[in-house]
Design a protein around this ligand. Structure first.
Ligand code: GAL
Length: 381
């Protein structure tokens, strides 16, 4: 290479890096939304779609450890620890992929949206996650269960499953069940028409998957004040949410479940309980692209849920000026309660380099009528 060309190449590379690089937030522990967040070794925190669990005096942050390229897993579920929510130590993999060919969690599978909760009765940490089997794209739509005695793992994979094979939601009447049985998903080649939507609301995909079990993709786990845990998931081709009660050890479903917003196309469910109200904040379904969040309120985990406008307000100034009606460019993953503060945690996905997807933490404010409002803020709480 001629010297001039070499020099030009280096200059162009420097300019390209300057233009494309996302700044790394200061290592003093002050994170800025819309920037890379370094762990205690200075590397961006690679834990996405996950949650934070406070146990004794330590916070644990679990999430998808994403490869730099591609969508399938090459490691597993990551865990970081912190005592101040600012300095995060990489504790490695909480749940590792299996080396055994044919295992549900073999290399090449997709694990998403892991949630770890503490079970007081069994004194175990329980992880539930969305699992897609190797080589099957997103068609398996299963939930995986894993358990550990230690917060940082290793978690032992127990099994993966679809949901509620052969069971109807507990609140469907005989008449509702008869109507669902009259539907026929195979007959609908054209989606999104008003007639198709009515069939979905009657339970067309619930009936289609009745024998084999219901689909489960984006999901969360919620432990209520009485210690009961619930799995909330995007089911029926991401069209309908299901709320399902977990057994006392959190390692199975009791069989009690119902539907939320049939046909509403909600995913990325995040939930919290405050005073008399349960609040559910979800996204629409546009893959890695941001969209407008949806919010629901109920007096009981079993509904009825009433839809309210999106709680997000303002513009993500300093971060690509993304507006509230695009959830500031992010998609929710968890609402973390720290003492009396509720923090909405979200991912700003970077599908070309998923490991470099950014994090967004926004404190939830409340109106005089106790309705959540989530304004943009540059500094994390
Ligand atoms: C999103 C979902 C992510 C991931 C992605 C794949 O809608 O929230 O968890 O599944 O789609 O395209």
């Amino acid at each position: 290479m001629k010297q001039g060309t070499w020099y030009k190449g280096i200059t162009m590379l420097a300019v390209w890096l300057a233009l494309t690089a996302v700044p790394l937030a200061a290592q003093d522990g002050s994170f800025k939304n819309g920037q890379l967040w370094p762990d205690t070794e200075g590397k961006h925190i690679n834990a996405h779609g996950g949650n934070i669990l406070r146990h004794v005096d330590t916070y644990y942050w679990y999430g998808e450890q994403r490869p730099d390229r591609g969508y399938t897993m090459d490691g597993g579920i990551a865990v970081y620890s912190s005592t101040d929510l600012r300095h995060w130590k990489n504790e490695g993999l909480a749940l590792q992929l299996s080396a055994e060919p044919g295992s549900d969690i073999e290399r090449g599978c997709i694990m998403e949206r892991p949630k770890v909760v503490w079970n007081e009765k069994t004194q175990r940490f329980v992880m539930l996650f969305h699992l897609e089997l190797k080589g099957k794209g997103y068609e398996a739509a299963r939930v995986g269960f894993a358990v550990s005695e230690h917060a940082t793992g290793p978690f032992r994979f127990i099994r993966s499953t679809r949901l509620h094979a052969g069971r109807w939601p507990f609140d469907m009447t005989e008449k509702d069940i008869e109507a669902a049985k009259q539907t026929n998903a195979a007959a609908w080649t054209k989606w999104w028409t008003p007639r198709w939507r009515r069939e979905v609301q009657k339970g067309m995909y619930l009936w289609r998957d009745f024998e084999g079990g219901q689909m489960s993709r984006d999901m969360t786990v919620f432990v209520d004040d009485d210690g009961r845990a619930y799995h909330i998931t995007s089911s029926q081709e991401n069209l309908t949410l299901l709320v399902s009660e977990l057994t006392d050890d959190f390692l199975d479903f009791t069989g009690k479940y119902n539907m939320v917003a049939p046909g509403g196309q909600n995913e990325a469910p995040c939930i919290f309980h405050r005073g008399e109200d349960y609040w559910l904040i979800c996204s629409g379904c546009t893959g890695w692209d941001p969209n407008e969040a949806r919010m629901f309120r109920s007096k009981s985990i079993w509904g009825p849920w009433t839809q309210l406008p999106s709680p997000f307000t303002g513009i993500a100034t300093g971060y690509r000026d993304m507006p509230a009606n695009k959830t500031f460019g992010a998609q929710g993953t968890f609402i973390f309660k720290n003492d009396t503060t509720y923090v909405f945690m979200a991912d700003i996905w970077n599908p070309r380099h998923l490991s470099r997807s950014l994090h967004l933490w926004l404190p939830i404010h409340f109106t005089e009528k106790e309705v959540p409002v989530i304004p943009w803020t540059t500094e994390t709480p």
